[in-house]
Design a protein around this ligand. Structure first.
Ligand SMILES: Nc1ncnc2c1ncn2[C@@H]1O[C@H](COP(=O)(O)OP(=O)(O)OP(=O)(O)O)[C@@H](O)[C@H]1O
Ligand SMILES: [Mg+2]
Length: 723
């Protein structure tokens, strides 16, 4: 094949990296400068030009999605010739090694992978089995301890606990857990990496085989590797493999999970004769977007430093929209997507990025209402999330005791001592008598078909559901769901868990209450009881509307999962102090810088058009809060930004058409105020009116104050003086 095809679409620096002789290389470059492209072309070059066999190549990326994408791109360049390459995530490749050498890794042939939910349950059982108090030794913490040790490459016998009795106990839990995994042939995620490392360390023959085999190892997104992944790489590379790593210290966003950006520096010291290549031309974003992102990240200290430029045109300014609240924000996003569709954009060219998974719900609903297909990456749709389904199951059961699926889902959630055997018996009773599980349970209890322990537990459950139904029958839907989440034990159960995932679950439960509060039945379900209407709404949403794999759809994802991707049109939502940067990170310099890198990652996903949205009030996790606009917006060059304001007066809050791109001076009847007018407020000083909504005593205005930010004020109370 023609080499020029491999090198044509590359600049001088990129070509140098792609066509370099066999050597260790570090490609250190900012977002959108073609790092991944270089990596892909390098693979193709090695295969096509250097005659390296696919069998001699290993390529590592960060997510399964990125791996699939890379495989696709290599295939585009070299066709079927790439088959046989070891290409995947660190976890995926470690798994492959362990499967190939299960005996030497001392694993049974059919070893199973324990996902983090399974791992949690096992750790919990271990703690109970050791007769420890779960309150004192929360399983989630023990699990984090175990995984943290494994990530550092440590087994129980390596840990020095002599000065710390708490650690001593945790090490004991780790040891017991490890024994249980060994006996059952189970491997958790952290174990995959550690086990594979030990396999190579302890088996000289295997190690030498792979060291010889992999003449080239290539790693994308290197800034997010952790200690054990780095150790793995060093071992596997040995002294003869050539390693190419590509990365960007400004995009290191997994420090909270043990990633070590210092690995970039370590690489230069630990590997021989590393050639450092810097790419500085950005091909992804408009000059405006790029300049803004550069200026944002310049606020961080201690960067390796780089200078990104583009030949591209300035393009559109970055639009900043100050939403009234999160619903308004979602409506704005959807309206803008519609606008871009009308101008010829495809749905899949639009991406909405947010800080936390729980933020997706309002966006999902707005998209759904407008019947725009969407897809969520790296997360489960709101109404399909485990904890949300748990809560819905209680509500369903209260509404209909004979809903067997819901019964099964929560009869032992939270755990109340109803085991598989009891459940099996109930199923049998229900089957034979052709009754629901609920009735079967009641009958089994009254006919004493169960052990007294199981009967008591079941009786307790039946009473719980009856009580929840009775106690909430007069309540409004939102209070009802709030009551159920609290009193079913679900909230407490998730609160007692530790870790990111558990926190997210608690947040999602609270978010469910918000969803019920905002719920307005559509015309088809107006007649129904609110609970029933809501439950069907949730069921429909869960089942439908997620775009088919090949259907064009708006892309929704967290900023973390957007790493490495690019989209023509990007919306960053929730750009508020306290949301992004999050409250905790704003107080700690190190974490704040990681948040800023995350914002940098988000902005640099955009090719043509970037929107930054923030809401002045936001109802999230069940409570309403007021936030000022994120410092990350304030840190951008103001001449690259354009504020979006409304023109029209509407009487319905949140009605369509509230916004448009320019402010005009339409006057509001009776208030004497008009859009664009300058006003004086006794406390906030001078400002200009941006938006107006409502009427009469309800009317409110949004004022951008010169020195106090923008605020929504009720006209009747605000004592605004026209200037
Ligand atoms: N020399 C080039 N000519 C034209 N387009 C290019 C060139 N190099 C890269 N691109 C394009 O620029 C975009 C960004 O490239 P790529 O995704 O490889 O960047 P990256 O450095 O990996 O970004 P990130 O840091 O976000 O992972 C892609 O659309 C890519 O095809
Ligand atoms: Mg990349």
């Amino acid at each position: 094949m023609d080499i020029s095809l491999l090198l044509d679409g590359l600049n001088e620096k990129q070509r140098q990296a792609v066509a370099a002789p066999a050597q260790n290389m570090l490609v250190l470059a900012g977002a959108g400068s073609g790092k991944t492209r270089v990596l892909v072309h390098r693979i193709a070059y090695l295969l096509q030009v250097e005659g390296v066999s696919p069998y001699e190549l290993m390529a590592v990326t960060f997510t399964n999605k990125a791996a699939a994408e890379m495989r696709h791109r290599v295939a585009d360049l070299v066709g079927a010739r790439f088959q046989g390459i070891w290409l995947g995530t660190f976890h995926g490749l470690a798994h492959r090694l362990l499967r190939a050498h299960y005996r030497d890794a001392k694993l049974p042939e059919d070893f199973q992978i324990l996902d983090s939910d399974d791992q949690y349950r096992l750790v919990k059982r271990i703690i109970r089995g050791m007769n420890l108090d779960e309150k004192q030794w929360p399983p989630k913490q023990a699990m984090w301890f175990i995984n943290g040790q494994k990530d550092e490459g440590l087994r129980p016998e390596h840990i020095d606990w002599s000065s710390n009795p708490i650690e001593r106990q945790l090490v004991e839990i780790y040891r017991t857990y490890q024994d249980a995994c060994e006996r059952a042939g189970l491997v958790d995620f952290a174990e995959l990496l550690l086990r594979a490392l030990e396999l190579l360390r302890n088996n000289k023959a295997i190690l030498e085989h792979y060291q010889k085999r992999f003449r080239h190892i290539l790693v994308d997104e290197f800034q997010d590797t952790n200690a054990i992944q780095y150790a793995w790489l060093r071992l596997l590379a040995g002294t003869s493999s050539k390693v190419m790593i590509v990365g960007d210290d400004d995009q290191s966003i997994y420090g909270w999970r043990g990633a070590r950006v210092e690995n970039i520096q370590n690489f230069r010291n630990d590997f021989a004769d590393v050639d450092v290549i810097r790419l500085e031309q950005n091909y992804r974003s408009s000059a405006t977007i790029l300049r803004s992102a550069n200026e944002l990240i310049a606020h961080n200290q201690g960067r390796l430093g780089k200078n990104l430029w583009t030949e591209g045109a300035d393009g559109d300014p970055i639009s900043v929209y100050a939403a009234f609240n999160e619903v308004d924000e979602a409506r704005f996003v959807v309206a803008k997507i519609r606008h871009h569709l009308q101008n010829g954009a495809a749905l899949s060219e639009c991406a909405i990025l947010y800080r936390n998974n729980a933020q997706s719900r309002v966006l999902e609903e707005a998209l759904m209402q407008e019947q725009l297909a969407y897809r969520i990456y790296g997360g489960v749709r709101f109404f399909e999330r485990q904890e949300v389904k748990d809560a819905l199951a209680y509500l369903r059961l209260m509404n209909n005791r004979h809903d067997d699926a819901s019964f099964e889902r929560v009869v032992n959630t939270p755990t109340r001592g109803i085991g598989q055997r009891t459940l099996e018996l109930l199923r049998q009773v229900a089957r034979e008598r052709r009754v629901s599980l609920w009735n079967g349970a009641a009958q089994a209890v009254s006919e004493k078909l169960l052990t007294s322990r199981a009967a008591n537990a079941l009786q307790g459950f039946i009473q719980l559901v009856d009580n929840l139904a009775a106690q909430t029958s007069q309540m409004e839907l939102a209070d009802q769901s709030d009551y159920v989440i609290r009193n079913s034990g679900l909230l407490a159960m998730y609160q007692n868990e530790k870790g990111e995932k558990a926190e997210a679950r608690v947040e999602n439960l609270q978010e469910l209450v918000t969803a019920t509060r905002q719920f307005v039945p559509d015309a088809n379900s107006e007649e129904l009881a609110p609970l029933v209407a809501f439950l069907s709404h949730a069921a429909l949403e869960a089942g439908d509307n997620q775009a088919e794999a090949d259907e064009s759809a708006v892309q929704l994802m967290t900023l973390h999962s957007a790493k490495g991707l690019e989209f023509p049109i990007v919306f960053l939502v929730g750009m508020e102090e306290g949301m992004f940067p999050s409250q905790q990170s704003a107080e700690e310099a190190g974490r704040l810088e990681e948040e800023r890198r995350l914002a940098y990652v988000g902005m640099t996903r955009a090719m043509r058009k970037l929107y930054l949205c923030h809401a002045e009030s936001r109802r999230l996790y069940g409570k309403e809060s007021f936030h000022s606009r994120s410092r990350f917006i304030r840190e951008l060059p103001q001449d690259c930004l354009e504020e979006i304001r409304l023109t029209t007066q509407v009487s319905q809050p949140m009605g369509g058409g509230r916004f448009s791109d320019t402010a005009t001076a339409a006057s509001f009847d009776s208030t004497g105020l008009s859009l664009g007018q300058r006003v004086l407020h006794p406390k906030f000083g001078e400002g200009v009116i941006l938006q107006y909504e409502g009427s009469g005593a309800q009317s409110r205005v949004q004022v951008q104050f010169d020195h106090s930010g923008s605020k929504w004020l009720v006209v009747a109370f605000a004592r605004l003086q026209p200037l």
